[in-house]
Design a protein around this ligand. Structure first.
Ligand code: ZN
Length: 570
């Protein structure tokens, strides 16, 4: 047989969780066709001696919806072994929506997910109204990795109700129109329906995003459409009941989720994180997964491999940005800021002002006011990271002054980490270990100047496998491949096996590691974002073509739109 690609001499970790073995992997027409000793010629050969050959990683929680239009390879996810990304989470999709109403949909995404509106305006060619038209637009885009998309509640509600979506209860006519939209989307290939009831999700004007104005009954009616079709998952950013210790609303919320899983028969999924403000609530979520399963419903939670942290720097956001005096300084060009931060007259005034209140209610990964025991100097990827409080004590300085000086020493190229959830790593590990969770939730494409969670998959491999030995490499690979591919319904991905799509990552388990993030201004309209690369990944293969070699894009764009089961069967 003539092969398109042969990956030779590698150690296959096939995604099933079973032990590794040595073999060559032969690829033809986008599929894995042979696993064994391959002697025949190939158009391309990757020598994987000393490397692991694993299925490409699947990320079930991204917000690449806007980014896919200007960044076909899906940075930074593609650098971390991701070959398939699920977008449209938390109710936010760009369809259904007419071009003339796009400001309404963009409003839902802009603050909740920190995607710059100027980038969206300049970068997206809006040539659809309906969801099926939108999928056709995605199909036509050049893509480096595979993408699948949900249909979002906020988009559907805005499409049907217009401005009323942001304040009113839906009428029976509205409900039926929304149900039709869910049906059309699922039949065209949306892989499910998503919504948000999260207090983190506001518009720039401080109003609730459209889906948060829905009654629970509306949510049930829309998920019920998927029940009738017997297709699709339901993803939801949950109510704020997990934020306060002992919130009596937790049980009531959990009962609603459980009952919805039972009545619809569709899988329900959401993120679960430990929270410093409500210790132990995460455990109730894990119990809910077991309880629902025992009663005959399907539900799985999305876990994160480390703390969710806002990434701060003077080149992006700092805790002081909205404080009096600071606000004016932070609005200046960066060189001017450096001069002011060094100014001996101004410095003490800035330090004094650092203790003020700004009256804001930061959302998601927006910087919080400084709590210096929970603010860490992010000077290496793997850490340990020392708190600003500790460093300041050692330097006998005010913590704000220590932050200024440390940053100036690095020409302001210094990051600080501000954990906003999953602070306790023992808790993070227990959530990941629960059999009904899947490690995902990078949020890639969102929070583009605030977060670096595209690396959560590689973090699992270098931190939890190599450093902590909390998982075998076989188990960790399975957690990133077969588990999400199965849960999201990508039946021909997530395994190294004959007949499967050739999405493959070749990496060195001894050196794989995220690099330090960088601040770049490469978004459309010059908007800013963080990029984080990886070392130790020799090659990433998508549908049989090499997308990246040693972290560099080969120019190939082999990614596909993966449609849901109803579209596949027609
Ligand atoms: Zn999300």
């Amino acid at each position: 047989m003539q092969y398109d690609l042969v990956i030779k001499n590698g150690t296959v970790i096939d995604g099933s969780g079973m032990p590794r073995y040595r073999a060559d992997v032969g690829v033809r027409r986008g599929k894995i066709v042979t696993i064994g000793r391959i002697r025949e010629p190939a158009r391309e050969v990757i020598d994987a001696e000393g490397q692991v050959v694993a299925p490409g990683f699947v990320d079930g929680h991204t917000h690449m919806d806007a980014q896919i239009f200007w960044d076909p390879i899906g940075t930074s996810s593609c650098y971390h072994g991701i070959t398939t990304a699920v977008m449209g989470n938390c109710g936010f999709t760009l369809a259904p929506c007419a071009a003339s109403d796009k400001h309404l949909v963009v409003r839902n995404l802009q603050r909740a997910e920190d995607i710059p509106p100027a980038a969206m305006e300049a970068g997206i060619k809006w040539n659809w109204t309906t969801y099926p038209e939108y999928l056709a637009a995605l199909e036509a885009l050049p893509k480096g990795i595979n993408y699948a998309s949900y249909v979002g509640h906020s988009a559907i509600r805005t499409f049907v109700m217009g401005e009323r979506a942001f304040e009113a209860t839906a009428t029976e006519d509205d409900l039926q129109a929304m149900q039709r939209q869910v049906r059309d989307a699922i039949c065209a290939g949306a892989i499910g329906f998503t919504s948000s009831r999260s207090p983190s999700h506001e518009t720039p004007e401080g109003r609730a995003v459209a889906s948060r104005n829905a009654t629970w009954d509306e949510v049930r009616r829309l998920v019920g459409v998927m029940g009738e079709l017997n297709a699709g998952l339901f993803e939801i950013a949950g109510e704020g009941v997990d934020r306060n210790a002992g919130d009596p609303g937790v049980r009531e919320w959990h009962t609603r989720l459980r009952d919805l899983a039972l009545e619809s028969g569709r899988p329900i999924t959401f993120g679960v994180f430990g929270r410093r403000g409500s210790p132990g609530t995460w455990k109730k979520y894990l119990d809910l997964l077991d309880e629902t399963a025992a009663m005959g419903g399907r539900m799985f939670a999305q876990a994160h491999s480390r703390s969710l942290s806002a990434l701060l720097s003077f080149k992006t956001q700092m805790p002081f940005d909205h404080l009096p005096l600071w606000k004016d300084i932070r609005a200046l060009p960066i060189d001017e800021q450096k001069r002011r931060l060094r100014d001996p007259e101004l410095r003490p005034r800035l330090i004094e002002a650092s203790g003020a209140q700004d009256g804001r209610k930061p959302l998601g990964t927006e910087a919080r006011l400084a709590d210096y025991d929970w603010l860490f100097v992010f000077d290496t990827v793997e850490g340990p990271h020392r708190s600003v409080a500790e460093v300041a004590r050692e330097r006998q300085q005010h913590p704000a002054e220590a932050m200024i000086e440390l940053a100036l020493e690095k020409d302001l190229d210094l990051f600080f980490l501000q954990p906003v959830a999953n602070e306790d790593q023992d808790v993070a590990l227990q959530i990941m270990r629960h059999p009904r969770t899947v490690t995902t939730f990078s949020d890639s494409g969102a929070h583009v100047s605030q977060l670096m969670d595209s690396s959560l998959q590689t973090h699992l491999l270098y931190h939890w496998v190599r450093t902590k030995q909390a998982f075998t490499l076989e188990r960790a690979v399975s957690m990133l491949t077969l588990a999400p591919a199965t849960l999201w319904g990508f039946h021909d991905r997530g395994l190294i096996r004959e007949g499967m799509a050739a999405d493959i990552v070749v990496f060195d388990p001894d050196t794989i590691m995220a690099e330090m993030p960088e601040v770049v201004d490469d978004l459309p309209a010059g908007a800013r974002r963080l990029v984080q690369r990886t070392r130790g990944v020799a090659a990433t293969v998508v549908n049989g073509e090499i997308l990246l070699r040693e972290g560099r894009h080969t120019g190939a764009l082999p990614g596909r739109l993966l449609r849901g089961p109803l579209a596949q069967s027609t």
